[in-house]
Design a protein around this ligand. Structure first.
Ligand code: SF4
Length: 366
């Protein structure tokens, strides 16, 4: 076991800050790095790093919070299901407050009598199905490569138990295709380097990011969540920029194996197939989502209830799309802190504590 507090040691952090400064020392040197993980977003604000970084280092939050990237068309599907008879929508609590079309949310649907239950794991949704044989239980599968294996294991358990009243609304998203889409999109923020997500990388390892250095000459470093972890990752990125030697590397080896977790990936591969997906702010991205494999089509809620995604207008004034692309910081949204607060969110980036807008609101003076 590692003593995580060692990675908060002020002397270690000061040394790494000096290393970062040295790597960027020189006329015109600067680094705009993007993180794509809600836990990094919060860790950078909560630890105070955001105000300690050198002036020539800019932190940009990208599409790393699973709730924030859930498209309002996807929320519309959940709302559609929530109103049906003999159907229980069993979901993580965060999704309840995400505004869908015209500001309606699952919280409103629940208040109006829809059967929406909060669960803490997909297995809990399965238990709900066993206890309610007269109803169909639908679990919205959201999140990245990290959550997909547990949902896959739940689907396999449902099959093993021959449960025919459990299904998944499959809305999982994959991180590497979103990074490629951001780099190909000339309306996204200018990015010099990526701080790669610690949790997702425990599953997928380093190989799926290889294209960043190979095709885009982009330094990309997997980082942990303590201040020293983040500063080490930033120092490595800055040194790669200084040396014109972009690479994908792992600065979080105490948790991330370079090869990832093959058993978790095998579960995902057994149950899901890559598919195109709709991301809030980024739009449709090819092969950036997961759909149930044909063998499990009977557990696919979209097929079972004949659902299709439909585009809806974004909430008026909301700049979540720009925030998720790193083009705007949360305070640049005219609704930030006024009409949109964590207690009354207008856009998804204010809903989850890991959303950029919520993190700014909770930790920064504006
Ligand atoms: S402050 Fe609210 S409305 Fe504005 S971008 Fe953030 S979440 Fe969207």
């Amino acid at each position: 076991m590692f003593d995580e507090t060692a990675f908060r040691d002020p002397r270690l952090c000061r040394g790494l800050l000096d290393r970062l400064r040295r790597a960027l020392d020189g006329e015109g040197r600067s680094m705009r790095f993007m993180e794509v993980c809600g836990t990094h977003t919060v860790a950078i604000f909560q630890s105070g790093l955001s105000s300690m970084l050198p002036e020539n280092v800019a932190h940009i939050s990208g599409p790393g919070c699973p709730v924030c990237v859930t498209h309002d068309a996807e929320i519309a599907l959940m709302l559609n299901l929530a109103g049906r008879e003999n159907l229980i929508l069993a979901t993580f609590g965060d999704l309840l407050r995400v505004p869908g079309p015209e500001g309606t949310s699952l919280k409103h649907a629940k208040a109006a009598g829809a059967s929406v239950e909060i669960v803490y794991s997909p297995l809990e949704a399965l238990t709900l199905a066993e206890k309610n044989p007269a109803a169909v239980v639908v679990f919205p599968g959201i999140g990245f490569e990290t959550t997909a294996p547990t949902v896959a294991a739940t689907v396999l358990t449902a099959r093993q138990k021959k449960l025919d009243n459990f299904c998944v609304l499959c809305l999982h998203k994959l991180v590497p295709p979103a990074l490629r889409a951001l780099l190909d999109d000339d309306t996204s923020a200018q990015i010099d380097a990526f701080l790669l997500p610690g949790h997702v990388s425990t599953v997928i390892g380093l190989e799926p990011y290889a294209f960043l250095a190979r095709d885009y000459h982009m330094p990309a470093v997997v980082g942990g969540f303590e201040p020293a972890d983040i500063l080490l990752a930033l120092s490595l990125m800055a040194e790669q920029l200084r040396d014109h030697a972009p690479a994908v590397c792992n600065a979080y080896p105490r948790a991330v194996n370079d090869a990832g977790n093959p058993r978790a990936r095998a579960l995902t591969d057994m149950v899901f197939r890559p598919c195109d997906a709709l991301w809030r702010g980024l739009g449709a991205i090819p092969e950036s989502g997961l759909a149930l494999a044909p063998e499990y089509a009977d557990m696919d809620a979209a097929k079972r209830f004949n659902l299709a995604l439909e585009q809806h207008p974004e909430p008026k004034g909301c700049r979540c799309g720009d925030v998720l692309k790193g083009r705007a910081s949360p305070p640049q949204c005219p609704l930030f802190g006024k009409k949109c607060t964590p207690a009354a969110p207008v856009g998804p980036c204010m809903v989850s504590t890991e959303g950029s807008c919520a993190a700014w609101h909770n930790y920064m003076e504006t």
